[in-house]
Ligand binder design. Structure first.
Ligand code: G4P
Length: 526
C-alpha cells in the first residue's frame, strides 16, 4: 500500500469525558464493533474507585500501569482506528492535555442527566487551542435525563461551540427506543444488549412507513417525525468542513451500555473524522505525505520496578514511514537514536512492528534519552510545536531531607519531570525548587518514587502561589527591568524559560496593570 493510502486509512482520536460519563463503556463498544474484543467487560476502566481516590499506589495498580490500554488500535470497515486512552482521574489532567496533542480529533462523552460538567469544559478549551474537531456523544439516554433540546443549548453555551445533531433520540429513560440517524436519514431499531452486538435490527429508510407506528408506538412515531422536521428546519445542513475546522460539533445521542446510538456515531465518524493532519514545527509545516519520517514524543510511561529503569516513550508519527532499527535524528539530543524494540498496540495486545505510518502511535523502549515534547526526524532539525505545559494549580517547595543524596535528588527530579509527572520551577533567588501540579496525588507519586527509585528523601512545603505565568516582552530592556524589580517572584522552568510566580489573582492583575508592556502567558508556548 502506498504512503498516501496508509494515511487515508487512519483515524487517530481520543475519547474525553468528565469521570463517570461513560468513556470506558463507549470505548468498549467501539472495540466490540471493531471486532477487537468479543464481549463487553474486557476493557479495564481507568476510573478510580472513590474509596481509593487518595491512594495513588492503589490507583496505579488499578490503572494496571497498563501500557496496553494507552492506545487501542483496531480496524473497522477497512479503516485503521487508533484510539488513545486518557486518564479518568482529574489529578492526571495534564496527561490528558498532552494526549490531545497527539490526536487528530476527539469524541466527547456527556452524561444526559448531568449535562456539561467542569472537566468537560476544561478539556474543550484544550481542544479549541488547536481547533481539534470534536464529536459529542450524549450518553445514558436510557435514564430520565434532560430534554435533548436543552442539552444542545447547554453544549453550545458552556462549551462555546456551535452544534449540529446528527442523530436524534426516540423517547428517553424507560421509554427510550433508539436513535434516528439524521446523517444517513435512516432508523435502525435494535434490541438492547449490554454484552454483545445484536444482529436483530430493523431498518427504516422512510419515516412515514406506518410500520414504524406499530413498532415504536404512534406517539413516539409522530414525535420523531415532528422532531426531525424541526431539526432540519432550524439547523443548517451539516457541513463537514466546519466540523474539520473545529467550528461545529456534530452531536449523537445514545446509550453506550445498551449499544444504542454507538453504531450510528461510529459509521459517521469513519466517514467524517480527519485523516492524519499536517503539523507545525518551529521551522515549517510538516505534511504527513512527506516521504521522510518525523514524529514527536507526547507521553512517557515509567517502569515502576527500580531494577529495570527503562521506560516506554509514546511517539506520534507525523510524516513518512517510521522504520525499526533505522537511526533517526534526535533533534534535542547529542546523537542519533535507533530503536530495535518498537511496539504497536492492537486492541489489548502489543506487538513488535517493523514500520508505522502517520497517525500511528508506537511505543519505544527508552533508557532515559527521550523526554516529552522531543522530536525525531530523518535528518532535519525542527521541533514540533503545540505540546505546551499549562500553569499548574498547586505548588509546593521541595525540601531535601538528606543532604548526602543531593545528586540523586537532582537526577530523580529531572527524570520525573521529563516524564511529565509534574513541573519544576527554580527560583532565581536562592535557587529554591518548586514543584507544580494539577492535583494533590502527584506529590505522593513524586515523594514515593524519589525514595523508591533514587533513594532520595524529600518533604513538600506548602507555598502560597496562584499561577505560574510564562513572561515575554518585545523590548528586552523592559523585560530585564521587570525581572530585576520582581526578582523574588521570578523562576525558570525546565527549559530555562522565564516564569513569573504570582501569589494571588488580584495581585497578578495589579502587576499586569502596572507593566502593560509585559506579556503574561498561562501556557509555556506562546
Ligand atoms: P467513565 O469511563 O467515563 O468514568 O465511565 P464508565 O464507562 O466507567 O461509566 C460510568 C458508569 O455509567 C458505569 O456504571 C456504567 O455502567 C454506566 N453507564 C455507561 N453508559 C451508560 C448508559 O448508556 N446508560 C446507563 N444507565 N449507564 C451507563 P457503574 O455503576 O459505575 O459501573 P458498572 O458496575 O455498571 O460497570
Amino acid at each position: 500500500m502506498s504512503l498516501t493510502e496508509e494515511i487515508k486509512k487512519r483515524r487517530t482520536f481520543a475519547i474525553i469525558a468528565h469521570p463517570d460519563a461513560g468513556k470506558t463503556t463507549l470505548t468498549e463498544k467501539l472495540l466490540l464493533f471493531g471486532g477487537a474484543i468479543q464481549t463487553a467487560g474486557a476493557v479495564k476502566s481507568n476510573k478510580i474507585d472513590t474509596a481509593t481516590k487518595s491512594d495513588w499506589m492503589e490507583i496505579e495498580k488499578q490503572r494496571g500501569i497498563s501500557v496496553a490500554t494507552s492506545v487501542m488500535g483496531f480496524e473497522y470497515k477497512d479503516v485503521k482506528i487508533n484510539l488513545l486512552d486518557t486518564p479518568g482521574h482529574q489529578d492526571f489532567a495534564e496527561d490528558t492535555y498532552r494526549t490531545l496533542t497527539a490526536v487528530d480529533s476527539v469524541i466527547m462523552v456527556i452524561d444526559c442527566v448531568k449535562g456539561v460538567e467542569i472537566q468537560t469544559e476544561k478539556l474543550m478549551e484544550v481542544c479549541r487551542m488547536r481547533n481539534t474537531p470534536v464529536i459529542c456523544f450524549i450518553n445514558k439516554l436510557d435514564r430520565e435525563g434532560r430534554d435533548p433540546y436543552d442539552l444542545l443549548d447547554e453544549v453550545e453555551e458552556k462549551l462555546n461551540i456551535k452544534v449540529r445533531p446528527l442523530s436524534w433520540p426516540i423517547g428517553m429513560g424507560k421509554g427510550f427506543k433508539g436513535v434516528y440517524n439524521l446523517y444517513e436519514k435512516k432508523l435502525n431499531l435494535f434490541t438492547p444488549s449490554q454484552r454483545k452486538l445484536s444482529d436483530d435490527r430493523q431498518v427504516f429508510e422512510n419515516l412515514d412507513d406506518p410500520q414504524l407506528d406499530t413498532l415504536i408506538g404512534p406517539g413516539n412515531a409522530s414525535q420523531l417525525r415532528e422532531d426531525v422536521d424541526l431539526i432540519e428546519g432550524v439547523y443548517p445542513d451539516f457541513d463537514v468542513k466546519d466540523y474539520l475546522e473545529g467550528k461545529i460539533a456534530p452531536v449523537f445521542f445514545g446509550s453506550a451500555v445498551n449499544n444504542f446510538g454507538v453504531n450510528e456515531m461510529l459509521d459517521t465518524f469513519i466517514k467524517i473524522a480527519p485523516t492524519p493532519k499536517s503539523r507545525d514545527t518551529d521551522v515549517r509545516e510538516v505534511n504527513p505525505e512527506e516521504s521522510k519520517f518525523s514524529g514527536f514524543v507526547f507521553k512517557i510511561h515509567a517502569n515502576m520496578d527500580p531494577n529495570h529503569r527503562n521506560r516506554i516513550a509514546f511517539l506520534r508519527i507525523c510524516s513518512g514511514t517510521f522504520e525499526r532499527n533505522k537511526p533517526y535524528n534526535h533533534v534535542r539530543g547529542p546523537k542519533p537514536l535507533r530503536f530495535s524494540n518498537v511496539t504497536q498496540f492492537m486492541a489489548q495486545d502489543k506487538e513488535i512492528i517493523d514500520e508505522a505510518f502517520p497517525g500511528d502511535i508506537v511505543g519505544l523502549y527508552d533508557t532515559g534519552n527521550l523526554k516529552i515534547g522531543d522530536t525525531l526526524t530523518e535528518g532535519e532539525n525542527m521541533v514540533f510545536t503545540g505540546i505546551p505545559s499549562f500553569s499548574p494549580e498547586i505548588f509546593r517547595e521541595v525540601v531535601n531531607k538528606d543532604a548526602m543524596k543531593t545528586k540523586q535528588l537532582e537526577k530523580g527530579l529531572k527524570q520525573l519531570m521529563e516524564e511529565g509527572v509534574a513541573q519544576l520551577f527554580t527560583f532565581e533567588m536562592g535557587q529554591r525548587k518548586v514543584v507544580g501540579t494539577v492535583g494533590q496525588l502527584q506529590f505522593e507519586v513524586i515523594q514515593f518514587r524519589l525514595k523508591n527509585e533514587y533513594n532520595a528523601t524529600v518533604e513538600f512545603h506548602p507555598m502560597n502561589l496562584y499561577k505560574a505565568c510564562w513572561i515575554s516582552c518585545k523590548d528586552k530592556k523592559q523585560l530585564d527591568e521587570f525581572v530585576r524589580s520582581k526578582n523574588r517572584y521570578i523562576a525558570r522552568d525546565k527549559d530555562d524559560k522565564l516564569v513569573f510566580m504570582a501569589e494571588s489573582k488580584s495581585w497578578l492583575q495589579m502587576v499586569q496593570d502596572n507593566y502593560p508592556e509585559i506579556e503574561f502567558h498561562f501556557t509555556s508556548e506562546f
